[in-house]
Design a protein around this ligand. Sequence first.
Ligand code: NAD
Length: 360
Amino acid sequence: MTHRITLIPGDGIGPEVTAAAKRCIEATGVKVSWDIVLAGQEAKEKFGELLPQNVLDSIEKNKVALKGPIVTPIGDGFRSVNVAIRQQLDLYACLRPAKSYTGVKSLYRDIDLVVIRENSEDLYVGIEFQQGLKPTQDLISLIEKYSQKKIRPGSGISIKPISQYGSERIIRFAFEYALKNNRKKVTAVHKANIMKFTDGLFLKTAREVSKEYSGKVDFEEAIVDNMAMQLVSKPKNFDVLVLPNLYGDIISDLCAGLIGGLGIAPGANLGEDKAVFEAVHGSAPKYKGLNKVNPTAMILSGVLMLKYLDERIAAEKLENAVKEVIAEGKHVTYDLKPTPGDPSAVGTQEMSDAIIKKIK
Ligand code: NAD
């Protein structure tokens, strides 16, 4: 069977790492027909839009996309193309596994964590009120009237909505993921002691949903600041973490740090029937076009995609090839070498060639 997949090269290092991932996926023998569409800076230059409608239409039609990172323009009236894709297609679950690979220099070995971040709510909905404007002053007056609390004059306001519906579906997603993937424990991460009606609702919902999985998957809860400390001191105590949007973003980068950096951290954004696979890292503009950065995070996002497509053998072959190349440590990019500036580091495409050679 041939899979029709949307490919979004993205900005900065995006085109290089997606090209590498595309070649590696094809080398597994899986048949793919790619629908290549532009979003980000190149789309803006060619079509005058950062996120043309044909990108969303292509993902709606093909149901699966592989996406390179896209720059978030500052002050362009568009908060983030990445967030817009997730929100417009209702890709509500962000899956970010953090797994140790032998050969990567990092503080820990044998880390095997999965971060599941809620993708559609929280401070990321983008409802913000700028300091000093009339609507902001009106809103502040209204809040003061209803809350009986004072807001400092000249404040900006960001809105943080968290719903029972959004919490329930992400928490259920986390438990179902744990069941299907033989995981033992789900930890719900929150700050409900301070934000009683948003994080509090998330936590209350987590406690309720967890009862349905009692005896099958363990449940525990952790306050986000304590979670950050415990992840650094005892990361092996955790298995699957489920978090509201903002904490999920921060904690998943922390987990990428536990396994040796952004160069090897893959991700997926999943909805009911659609999925967009992308690395945790951004477009690293200073490395654009240098054939320098690590393609692993994007290739491992391709592995997640192959699993999603039920191409288990191809996924395993590709992941094993990545593992071997990293463990040998010869044909790897600068970030995987033991010392900075190591002259034996290879480029993005050379590391991908080495991975392709190992695919059996
Ligand atoms: P970044 O992840 O692009 O880069 C930070 C640093 O991490 C780089 O300077 C580099 O040292 C390292 N790094 C990143 N990817 C690497 C790789 N593949 N191999 C080796 N080292 C790597 O973060 P940033 O500089 O904060 O963001 C740059 C742009 O990307 C911003 O506009 C940001 O909004 C955007 N961004 C996009 C996404 C996405 O598309 N999903 C995610 C994060 C950031």
